[in-house]
Design a protein. Structure first.
Lengths: 76, 496
């Protein structure tokens, strides 16, 4: 992960670490939530957890788009 | 011919028509035919990327795996979302470099970065080999759709033939513009069909999503969580990582990156694309509903679960609409795969060997390679008995081998040289081939190791071999050629 982010810009910025969060949630979190109960929104808990992180990923990426100056420079 | 088949064929004709219309009045040179003149904005790129990802695999394979494996099918949801996260950093530098150097294919990128046409041939070969199982998957899916929707009057073999001919004609008349427009029709249709099925079926049979899951849990305890061994959490994490790294290494996906208008298109798309993957949730609901309603589909037949359940539940005209949506999910990605494979072979293999061929000739050769690749895939589609997921994972472990060489080429001063990149890719791909042919897993090699290690996706091992060889060869050749250059000044006569 670290290498990818370094190559995107000149140096790895603090905001780039936001990109690591979805990996931690969606992969690292699974051993702790691998169960059926409680059902949330009708889904077994582990499925709900993954769905929750898909939504959070979108939120994180929206936030990153907002604060990243590169998104302004490149759109012209 | 029943009403279901009539609807499906009507959609097929519609997509032919939109393909012909889309390319009329445009001068179809190589850059037009493949990267759409580099003028696509966020919405078109969204449709292209989404169009490639939501294939017949999603539709039939996703529900098929939920039906036959349960929780491990969730990996699909995770890897697609995480791949979009990576694209935020990965795609802008690739796009910028490709634009500066007027590149049209993935293989061009490696040729230019490493200054090695031979490396380009290897990358093209890996791409085309990986495309074959992915195409086989689309053709099998088409076969399943047409033969199921015919209520048994068309045999699966005849149905695969019909699918292959349809996709081949479609690509030969339209190129990428046709794909983008049909992608628009397809994405709207598949969205409504999948959401409708995912909600209607569990409510119809169980009165809700939760009661449906409770019934599955009661009859198959443990099916809704990752198992202790086999397709365990360790398998899930390693498979997601291997597929995330492979995601943009597909030659057709890599190629669609080039058609963007500016680098920001990719950053903006990382917001909406993860949400779009939630569509898969409804596909899973269908697969889970089918478990107790159409029991007994074994092995590769699990892929039939969505259509079998639909046949049992709906009138033929509804089946026709579902089948038509399924047809488009195979047609759009199938056409991209075919076009990319043909372009790679013509431009990055044939042209390197016969450098004096004109661009017009290359474009003609690419078009005539389309049916050739179709027929090769057709052969495998007829012979193998693998599930759609197995085919997809096989392709993924191959293309993922291109990731390290790509990643290490991005810094201003690449971390590895062309010899390292070549040797690394070759060893990685050979490992995958060996493992696939001899059916080796970590578990068969080291039966006494703990399950956490045994269940790792074997692609991880191939990736490690790849990276170690890449750095070792880079290190060795750097010193070797530094010596040679001093002695004889052989620069400019690359041996690779």
């Amino acid at each position: 992960m670290g290498q990818i982010e370094q190559t995107g810009g000149s140096r790895m910025k603090a905001r780039d670490w936001l990109g690591v969060l979805p990996f931690i949630g969606m992969l690292g979190g699974i051993p702790f939530v691998n169960r059926v109960e409680p059902y949330v929104l009708g889904m077994p808990f582990v499925l709900f957890w993954i769905v929750l992180w898909v939504v959070l990923t979108s939120v994180i990426m929206a936030f990153l788009n907002k604060i990243d100056p590169a998104t302004k420079e490149d759109s012209q | 011919m029943n009403i279901a088949l009539i609807i499906i064929f009507a959609f097929l004709l519609l997509s032919f028509y939109s393909g012909i219309r889309a390319q009329r009045g445009k001068d179809m040179n190589m850059e037009q035919w493949t990267v759409g003149g580099r003028g696509f904005g966020s919405i078109f790129i969204f449709l292209l990327v989404a169009g490639e990802i939501y294939t017949t695999f999603t539709f039939l394979g996703g529900s098929g795996w939920a039906y036959s494996k349960g929780a491990p099918s969730y990996y699909v949801l995770s890897y697609i979302s995480l791949a979009y996260v990576i694209s935020y950093w990965l795609l802008p530098p690739i796009w910028r470099y490709a634009k500066e150097h007027k590149l049209v294919s993935q293989s061009d990128f490696f040729v230019s970065k490493y200054n090695s046409p031979i490396l380009g041939i290897l990358v093209a070969a890996v791409g085309v080999i990986a495309i074959i199982p992915y195409l086989v998957l689309q053709f099998k899916g088409l076969g399943i759709i047409v033969s199921e929707a015919s209520y048994g009057s068309i045999s699966p073999a005849a149905a695969i033939w019909i699918g292959v001919i349809a996709v081949t004609i479609y690509v030969m008349i339209s190129g990428i513009h046709g794909s983008a427009w049909t992608a628009a029709i397809k994405d709207i249709m598949i969205f409504f069909v999948v959401v409708f099925l995912g909600l209607y079926l569990p409510f119809h049979y169980y009165g809700g999503i939760q009661p449906m899951f409770e019934a599955v849990q009661a009859s198959n305890p443990g099916f809704l969580t990752f198992p202790e061994e086999g397709l365990s959490i360790s398998w899930y994490i390693s498979t997601v990582l291997v597929t995330v790294f492979g995601f943009y290494m597909w030659p057709h996906t890599f190629g669609s990156v080039f058609s963007a208008k500016n680098a920001n298109v990719f950053r903006k798309n990382t917001i909406m694309l993860p949400l779009y993957t939630l569509m898969l949730l409804f596909v899973f609901f269908v697969g889970f509903t089918a478990i107790l309603q159409v029991p007994g589909l074994k092995g590769a037949d699990g892929d039939l679960s969505l259509l079998r359940l639909s046949l049992q539940t709906f009138d033929p005209w509804v089946v026709g609409i579902i089948g038509a949506a399924g047809l488009l999910t195979a047609l759009v990605p199938g056409s991209m795969l075919l076009m990319t494979g043909a372009t790679l072979l013509a431009k990055n293999v044939y042209k390197v060997m016969a450098p004096h061929t004109s661009d017009a000739q290359i474009a003609r050769i690419a078009k005539w390679l389309v049916p050739v690749i179709s027929l090769i895939s057709l052969y495998f589609a007829m012979s193998g008995g693998d599930t759609l997921v197995t085919l997809l994972l096989m392709g993924y472990s191959l293309v993922t081998q291109l990731f390290p060489a790509l990643l290490f080429s991005l810094p201003a001063k690449p971390w590895v040289n062309k010899y390292g990149a070549f040797a690394g890719i070759l060893c990685g791909v050979s490992t995958v081939a060996y493992v696939t042919i001899f059916q080796v897993t970590i578990a068969t090699m080291f039966p006494n190791w703990p399950a956490v290690v045994k269940d790792l996706n074997i692609g991880v091992v191939a990736l490690l071999v790849n990276i170690v060889v890449m750095f070792t060869v880079t290190f060795l050749t750097k010193n070797l050629f530094a010596l040679n250059r001093h002695a004889a000044n052989t620069e400019g006569t690359p041996t690779l």
